[in-house]
Design a protein around this ligand. Structure first.
Ligand code: MSP
Length: 517
């Protein structure tokens, strides 16, 4: 059995009513970078993503597509699976809520909640938004000029529902939740979201309807199959289904409680209020942290199907390249804030940060080495202050990136890496290795070694963000596979090691020429 420290990170499971867009790609990307970083940092990682396939919304979407819900879910789920390859994600598993193991976990959790006295039978009469799969009290809705009633927070239409329903005694959990937040200050991030959740819970909680009877596409309630479980109770349970629940002797149970549930800001209440309450009621430890990221708009506009401005991640990758897209999404916007997708900004980052700064650094250093040092890692002579200053800055990066990623501050981690890229470019100009060729070839070799070594360190840390490009750069530095984990961060490049011919890794983006009319 492994004694390495575990790290369990999850994405929300995606509704299969629609194909993936940039919002979904973003959430999974953030988790992918964390999973890759933690693996390279020696952690025993489990990274889970998947699809949320039950509920009225999916049932309706299936009917509209003329398919049975299961056939419909099977079809759309594939498009989320395909995104894994297109975005180079590295999940350890892909869960679907229609799997038998998930039914078992949901029903076992339900029985625990019932045994604990936290579930009772009643009747729900109130507003429901199928799009959000959420209950709303009247005060959270308003009637618009078109005389349709909508939820104030999401703008989704609500409908009146009156049906027998089981309830979870959420009202009894407010104090215990507040005590839990107090004892676990890292549980909700960023801080603004924490405040939002605290004030919601302090305002008092109502019991939550956890079953529906007006449709049947869901997990049947044990002992009362006229009811299917509320889709959010079902969906949240996926995180423990994966670890074997209710079988705590399962090999994956060691990953629970999860280190991180990554979610968008719209689904924080489900993850930070309902989920820990369900788990505590069932005697299961809540997750350690929930991070809520912001939402993307497209050139200033809310992304929506009706506006026709949905950003397809596959198209984005086809236009700008995979790694530039991965870089841009995590660099452009402070993680946690909302962000606006602008083509100009995307091209600016690609040509500026990637082609000019990082790509050019690698390209010019490696091509001088190829031309002047016999295609080998150059020799390292005595170091002067400028050399050690740059090497020290590169050496300090591992601790910096580790700290930033513990906080999910991807943008700050990347900014720290690119600071050193900038520093290295200034060092090249100042040391002018090309001018040393005639006067002091030994010094020229040392300068080139310092640069190659700096590129190696930066690139080791770029791996989780841009795995393909980083691998190509590490190949050009002849860093063996076995030395790409952070345990080898301090293993320096060995002078005399043969290097392959250098090749550019980040081409500039040029606007495609307009077709002649
Ligand atoms: N099925 C639920 C989650 C259940 S988890 C137990 C769900 N699915 S979803 O497909 O609607 O959304 C998944 C994620 O995509 C959410 O985290 C949401 O915030 C994110 N995004 C959807 N649109 C987005 C943007 N425009 N921008 C960024 N993220 C967005 O909710």
């Amino acid at each position: 059995m492994s004694s390495r420290k575990t790290y369990y990170v999850t994405t929300p499971i995606y509704y299969v009513n629609d194909v993936p867009h940039i919002g979904h790609a973003y959430t999974t990307l953030a988790c992918d970078v964390l999973a890759r970083f933690m693996r390279l940092d020696g952690r025993d990682v489990h990274f889970l993503t998947g699809t949320d396939e039950h509920g009225q919304k999916i049932e309706k979407a299936a009917a509209a597509a003329g398919l049975a819900p299961q056939a419909f879910a099977d079809k759309v789920s594939v498009s989320f699976r395909e995104l894994i390859g297109a975005m180079n994600y590295s999940p350890d598993n892909f869960i679907r809520t229609t799997e038998p193991r998930h039914y078992r976990a949901c029903q076992a959790l339900w029985e625990k909640l019932e045994e604990a006295g936290d579930i009772y039978l009643g009747k729900y009469a109130g507003w429901y938004s199928v799009r959000d799969e959420t209950y709303f009290v009247e005060g959270e809705t308003e009637v618009g000029p078109d005389s349709k009633r909508r939820a104030l927070s999401t703008g989704a239409e609500v409908e009146w529902v009156e049906e027998p329903s089981y309830f979870f005694r959420l009202s009894a959990w407010a104090e215990r939740l507040l005590a839990f937040y107090e004892a676990n200050p890292r549980f909700i991030a960023p801080e603004s979201r924490r405040n939002e959740v605290l004030s919601f819970v302090r305002g008092g909680l109502q019991d939550l309807s956890v079953s529906r009877t007006s449709f049947s596409w869901g997990v049947p309630v044990p002992g009362d199959p006229k009811h299917v479980m509320y889709v959010w109770l079902d969906a949240l349970t996926n995180y423990i289904t994966e670890c074997g629940y209710p079988d705590t002797s399962d090999a994956l149970w060691k990953f629970w409680p999860a280190d991180l549930h990554m979610v968008g800001k719209d689904i924080i209440r489900f993850h930070c209020v309902f989920w820990p309450a369900f788990l505590m009621a069932a005697g299961v430890a809540p997750p350690q942290r929930v991070f809520a990221h912001g939402w993307w708009t497209n050139e200033g506009q809310k992304i929506s199907k009706s506006l026709g401005n949905v950003i397809d991640p596959v198209e984005l990758v086809a236009t700008y390249g995979l790694d530039p897209v991965r870089y841009f999404l995590l660099r452009e916007v402070p993680f946690g804030n909302d962000g606006d997708f602008q083509r100009r900004a995307m091209i600016g980052r690609l040509n500026g940060d990637l082609a000019n700064a990082y790509g050019n650094l690698c390209q010019r250093v490696l091509s001088i080495v190829a031309r002047n040092c016999g295609g080998q890692v150059p020799g390292k002579g005595p170091l002067i202050d400028a050399d050690t200053a740059l090497l020290e800055r590169a050496r300090a990066l591992l601790a910096i990136v580790r700290t930033e990623l513990e906080e999910q501050a991807f943008h700050r981690a990347l900014a720290a890496l690119w600071d050193v890229v900038g520093e290295a470019n200034r060092y090249v100009d100042a040391q002018a290795p090309w001018a040393l060729a005639k006067t002091d070839p030994a010094r020229r070799d040392t300068v080139l070694w310092v640069l190659a070594e700096t590129i190696r360190r930066v690139t080791l840390l770029v791996q989780p963000f841009m795995p393909g490009s980083a691998a190509r750069i590490l190949d050009q530095l002849a860093v063996p596979e076995a030395q790409r984990a952070f345990s080898a961060f301090d293993a320096e490049l060995l002078p005399g090691t043969a290097l392959p011919a250098p090749q550019g890794v980040f081409p500039r983006y040029a606007e495609p020429a307009k077709a002649a009319s």
